[in-house]
Structures are given as C-alpha cells and as structure tokens.
Ligand binder design. Structure first.
Ligand code: IPD
Ligand code: CA
Ligand code: CA
Length: 270
C-alpha cells in the first residue's frame, strides 16, 4: 500500500514505510482474529489490562523488525527496550486494550520509526474499520489515497474534542477538572479509549482537538507525527512545546482552537 506522493522520500525510507504498513496489517490481523475469541485477561495494575493478544501482536512486530532491520533498536510497551545501533522503533501492539478486552471495537496498532529524537514514520492501523493511517515526516499523512488535513474549525464552541485518563486515575485525578471545563464549552468531548486513535482522528479532521496527561512514548510517537504532518499543532497541555518532557502532557489540535482551549483549561486553575 503506497502513499500517493512520496516523491521526496528516499528509497530506503519508502521501503521502511511499506514494511511498517505490512507489519501493522499483520499485527492487526492477529487482533482482529482475537477480538472474536475468548480472551485471558490479566492485570498490570488495578485498571491496566493485558491480554494474550497484546503479547502476540508485539511478538509478531518485533520478530518482523528484527528479521528485516536487525541492528535497529526497539521500544515496545510490553517488552521494554531492546538496544540497537540504527534507528529506533516505538511500538504499541494494542492501544485500547480495555476496549478490546470488553468487545468494544475501538483499538489500534501503533508503530513509529525514529532516528535520534525525530519521528520519521508513523503507522496507526484500526483493524476493525480497515483504516491504516500512515505518515512520513515532510511528506504528509494519508488514509488510503486521501491526503489528510486537520479540521478547519475555528472555535471550541464548534469543536468535537477527546481526552483520556490514566489507568491510575485515583493518583492523578486532575484531568477531571479539564474534562468538565471543556465539556461546558465544546460541542462534545469524547473518550474513545485509544490515545493513538485520538491522534489519528485529529490528523484526519474527525476530532478538532485531543489532550491527555501521563502518556507513554508508544501511545503518542506515531500519532504526533500525523497531527504535525496534517497541519495541526502539538504542545504540552498548559504551555510549552517540549512534548518529550516527562511526565507526558499532550494537547493536539487543528491549531486554530489551540490557544482558546489552553485558556479554558487555565480558567479552572485557582
Ligand atoms: C491506553 C489507551 C487509553 C489512554 C491510556 C493508555 P493501552 O493505552 O491509549 O486511551 O487513556 O492512557 O494507557 O493501555 O490500551 O495500550
Ligand atoms: Ca497497549
Ligand atoms: Ca497505549
């Protein structure tokens, strides 16, 4: 599945993108098959679920990367870091495990390829809708043959937003205030249960904005590139552009509503 305009991508990077799409589709098939089956659910934390399909998907992705690019490093949610000399792959083998485990069809595979601190490629695959979002730095973001752009919405009042909450919400409940502030101003605030899907939807103009705290690199690596390549803006929630500073705090939007949303969040501060 080739993106339509990869003229300025060199051959190596075009091949990497095609490879990433192929691997994401393979992992997506594992999840699609698993969705209809009885699952074994274990707990990584009070609300942090793990199924055997998270692990199967991750194992498949890592094996494929190691066969094709044996010197690259890998950061994968379940297995952690594997050192390497070349680029680095950042993988969420199943983003939206709670949805998946409960039979709610909103979950994705997210794979990013980085060199240094720069994400160069990102693929987010929604196996239930057969939607494969793919981005290459400097070359845009596509869904099928459609080049994606963020929405043209100019005000929060007319916006559909999304957020998410960390699994350990009791230790960090502050996002509930932002959720209620945004809900009073926006057209709607959704919580689809997959950070990567939210970011792909901002890139596709389906959502006007999305914010979340306490995310991990595998949740956002591919999605941030998509929002940027679709003409959107990504910053920390309150202010500051250092989106890589821990703990993660992300506000991704179509750019037009960015400041207004930050002001709304600030208005709740005492
Ligand atoms: C979670 C999802 C969820 C977000 C959580 C993430 P997981 O990832 O992206 O939407 O709110 O912060 O941890 O555990 O399903 O891979
Ligand atoms: Ca996951
Ligand atoms: Ca995740």
């Amino acid at each position: 599945m080739k993106p339509p305009n990869t003229n300025s991508l060199n051959t190596g990077m075009t091949q990497r993108l095609e490879f990433t799409v192929e691997v994401a589709l393979g992992a997506g098939r594992i999840l699609r098959d698993g969705y209809d089956q009885q699952k074994t659910i274990s707990l990584k934390g009070r609300r942090d679920l793990l199924t055997e399909f998270d692990l199967r998907s991750e194992e498949f992705i890592i094996q494929r990367i190691q066969e094709r690019y044996p010197t690259d490093g890998i950061l994968a949610e379940e297995g952690g870091e594997i050192g390497g000399e070349g680029g680095r792959w950042v993988i969420d083998p199943l983003d939206g495990t709670t949805n998946f485990a409960h039979g709610i069809p909103f979950f994705v595979v997210s794979i990013a390829y980085m060199e240094g601190t720069e994400t160069l490629l990102g693929v987010i695959l929604d196996p239930m809708r057969d939607e494969c979002f793919r981005a290459a730095r400097g070359n845009g973001v596509w869904l099928g043959h459609h080049h994606l752009h963020v929405s043209p919405t100019k005000s929060v009042e007319n916006s559909v937003l999304a957020t998410g909450f960390p699994h350990d919400i009791e230790h960090n409940p502050n996002n509930l205030t932002r959720y209620s502030l945004a809900s009073m101003q926006a057209r709607a605030v959704r919580r689809l249960g997959s950070a990567a899907l939210h970011l792909a939807y901002v890139a596709a103009g389906r959502l006007d904005g999305y914010w979340e705290m306490d995310l991990f690199p595998w949740d956002w690596a591919a999605g941030i590139l998509m929002v940027q390549e679709a003409g959107g803006r990504v910053s920390r929630v309150d202010n500051g552009d250092n989106i890589y500073q821990e703990p993660a705090s992300l506000l991704a939007s179509n750019n037009f509503i960015h400041q207004e949303l930050q002001q709304i969040f600030r208005s709740g501060k005492r």
